[in-house]
Design a protein. Structure first.
Length: 292
């Protein structure tokens, strides 16, 4: 029987900033458009957080029963370590998905954007299909694309649209930037797991790119996430506040490029999640200052 602490560890809290960041950016973009609905923002955040926790448990279950997590470097996996029954972890994953759907229904009722029901259904299917089912797309190197789409444009622009009824250039570019940082976090995780993933036939993008190129792609994605904001700067000069993140990007980038021991890459996950959160906060501050 897994302890409460082990269940919390299995939720992978370090990944949660990746879920919150697009909601902050989307809400800030809605404010910039003259619309701000705190209730809808909270519901959007709940959807994102519950989906993220759900996909973390789902990945734990699916990778665990496939044997992918039997030999790995990194935090505890509930199924792979044997501390929890696979059926219990699967049940927890679907419980989180169910709660996310309830929060999503509340958001749809509040915003009256009914076609978002299809978006929500797609998000749940994508969350399970990452490592679940007979042909998980995460094992084919497509996980990075889905992470970018759902933790970038879908989550960000969905948040903006359910509040403002429209999107803006700032929202679109912000969604791309946060999506890139989310993919960078996934890349850091998958670079660490290249040896074990290769052994079990899990062909992530990191495996396909190879160790050196995968590490370099992490740095490129972080750089692009900041560089994209320069396109907004002429109209919204306060957006240059995101440049304050550059010094904090240097340490995880250096670790990715030079860390030889796989375990040395573990702190990069938390650092990248915080970078995404920091980016979203600075983006929001810039939108508020622009409106003053």
């Amino acid at each position: 029987m897994a302890t409460v602490g082990q269940w919390i560890s299995g939720a992978r809290l370090r990944t949660l900033p990746m879920a919150v960041a697009p909601v902050i950016i989307g809400t800030a973009a809605a404010y910039d458009l003259g619309a701000l609905h705190w209730g809808r923002a909270v519901l959007a955040a709940l959807v994102a957080l519950l989906l993220q926790i759900g996909v973390n448990y789902a990945n734990d279950y699916s990778d665990g029963i496939r044997g992918t997590d039997e030999v790995r470097v990194g935090p505890l996996r509930l199924v792979g370590s044997g501390v929890a029954k696979p059926s219990h972890v699967k049940m927890m994953a679907f419980t989180m998905f169910g709660l996310a759907m309830l929060a999503g229904l509340g958001l749809v009722l509040a915003s009256q954007v009914w076609w978002f029901l299809l978006v929500g259904a797609g998000a749940v299917l994508a969350a399970w299909g990452y490592t679940g089912g007979k042909n998980p797309y995460g094992y084919m190197g497509l996980g990075d694309i889905f992470v970018f789409v759902f933790f970038g444009p879908v989550a960000t622009l969905g948040t903006t649209f359910t509040q403002a009824g429209e999107v803006s250039t700032a929202a679109v570019l912000g969604s791309i930037s946060t999506g890139l940082i989310a993919v960078a976090l996934l890349m850091a995780n998958n670079v660490r797991d290249i040896p074990t993933d290769t052994e079990v036939g899990k062909r992530t993008l990191a495996v396909r790119l190879g160790d050196k190129n995968a590490r370099l792609s992490y740095v490129v994605m972080l750089a692009l996430s900041v560089a994209l904001m320069l396109f907004i700067a002429p109209a919204k000069p306060w957006i240059l506040l995101v440049l304050l993140l550059i010094p904090f990007m240097l340490t995880p980038s250096w670790i990715m490029l030079s860390g030889k021991q796989r375990k040395n890459l573990i702190p990069v996950l938390k650092q990248t999640g915080l970078l995404n959160l920091g980016f979203s906060v600075l983006f929001a501050v810039a939108m508020v200052l622009t409106a003053l």
